[in-house]
Ligand binder design. Structure first.
Ligand SMILES: Nc1nc2c(c(=O)[nH]1)N[C@H]1C(S)=C(S)[C@@H](COP(=O)(O)O)O[C@H]1N2
Ligand SMILES: [Mo]
Length: 201
């Protein structure tokens, strides 16, 4: 019988799923926002993939919903030490967006921009092969505004500061450049299993 990770998670609890130095925040979901929470209207919402791509592409709210939907079920980990188990998000895989835009051979890093000006950087390899999503639903409901609604990036295998709320642009680059928290002392990559919290970790 096929057994999904979610089934195992509910059946067997959370052993082995808490990265070092993290605690289980339980049913709550803390809000961590550096800027003022914006009101982002779906009618004017857009997401662009540009920079080192063959076909710079911008999707409207309706257009992005034409892409094949995909669901993430799993865990998220914030650098401030809370982890949250068994979260469900729905949206589109970043792979779909990159397939449309066509990264050029020299594209190796991505600067993720939010409409508020928040930025975070990642290696392109951390956004491909089913590891990252642009999501608009949490737990079957529209993503709440304070959590990045109408849509945010989701990169659950890295600390949650990489998951930019109110995401508006993925800029493909040849060379790495630090984003907002990375300029302010956070680790460039942020793997929770390696406890890459701060520069030098
Ligand atoms: N635009 C934006 N995105 C952001 C942040 C932010 O301050 N602004 N904070 C990051 C951090 S540090 C974390 S832990 C998560 C928090 O997401 P949440 O408020 O939905 O829990 O969003 C990340 N994305
Ligand atoms: Mo965070």
């Amino acid at each position: 019988m096929p057994v999904t990770r979610g089934f195992l998670g509910r059946r067997r609890g959370h052993e082995g799923r808490l990265p070092p130095g993290q605690y289980d925040t339980g049913a709550g979901w803390p809000v961590l926002t550096a800027e003022a929470t914006p009101v982002v209207d779906k009618a004017s919402w857009s997401l662009s993939v540009d920079g080192l791509v063959e076909r710079p592409t911008t999707w409207s709210w309706d257009e992005i919903h034409q892409l094949p939907e995909s669901t993430f079920f799993g865990d998220i980990h914030c650098v401030t030490a809370w982890s949250k188990f068994d979260v469900t998000f729905k949206g589109v895989s970043v792979d779909e967006l990159l397939d449309a835009a066509g990264p050029t051979p020299d594209a190796a890093y991505v600067m993720v921009h939010a409409s508020t000006g928040y930025t975070t950087n990642l290696p392109l390899s951390d956004l491909v092969d089913g590891k990252a999503w642009v999501v608009w639903e949490y737990d079957g409901k529209p993503l709440p505004r304070q959590h990045g609604g109408p849509a945010r990036l989701l990169v659950p295998h890295l600390y949650f500061w990489k998951s930019a709320k109110w995401v508006s642009r993925l800029e493909l680059m040849a060379h790495d450049r630090p984003g907002f928290w990375e300029r302010n002392g956070y680790h460039d990559r942020g793997d929770p299993w390696l406890e890459q919290r701060y520069q030098g970790d």
